[in-house]
Design a protein around this ligand. Structure first.
Ligand SMILES: [Zn+2]
Length: 170
């Protein structure tokens, strides 16, 4: 069975019903500091879990961790330009990895776990993943470990017609 098929099957039958059933595990609504706006792109249950509830895609799943095509990676929620394919590298960690971001697009904040550094979209505040320093993967010694669910890839040939960034309007 192909990996893609397995992803689809596991995504449909295992993850989605599970996530749909526990989107608000503590019974609380989305955090007030999350920039929820109806005009942002509509998200799937898995994207909501990752972007709004700071969840994590399972390692070695998602469409982008092995992607090597030239292009731009946008925020799935607001279309902000976050990463260039030229800064993507193979870390074998199971998630898309970049050693740099597009200037001003990504904000670093201390993770609630007290150890790691979370990265969020600087425009919409959506959760992207975590950033790690000092691992020696590349000359920049930085690894943005980003969830596929937080990203939308635009091939270089279509970059000029990429959707506009959705600004928070509330
Ligand atoms: Zn965003």
């Amino acid at each position: 069975m192909s990996r893609l098929l397995m992803n689809i099957i596991s995504g449909c039958f295992l993850c989605w019903p599970l996530l749909a059933g526990c989107q608000h595990p503590t019974g609380q609504p989305q955090q007030s500091d999350t920039n929820v706006n109806m005009e942002y792109n509509k998200l799937s249950p898995q994207e909501e879990y990752v972007i709004l509830q700071k969840g994590t895609d399972r390692a070695f799943t998602g469409d982008y961790y092995q992607k090597k095509d030239e292009g731009l990676y946008l925020c799935r929620q607001c279309n902000a330009r976050l990463y260039r394919s030229g800064d993507k590298f193979e870390s074998h960690c199971g998630w898309p990895s970049f050693d740099d971001e597009i200037d001003g697009s990504v904000r670093r904040v201390p993770d609630a776990d007290g150890r790691r550094t979370e990265i969020i979209c600087n425009n919409c505040g959506g959760h992207l993943g975590h950033v790690f320093l000092g691992e020696g993967f590349t000359a920049k010694d930085t690894r943005h470990c980003v969830n596929t669910s937080s990203l939308r890839f635009i091939p270089a040939s279509e970059a000029d017609s990429a959707p506009a960034v959705i600004k928070e309007t509330r």
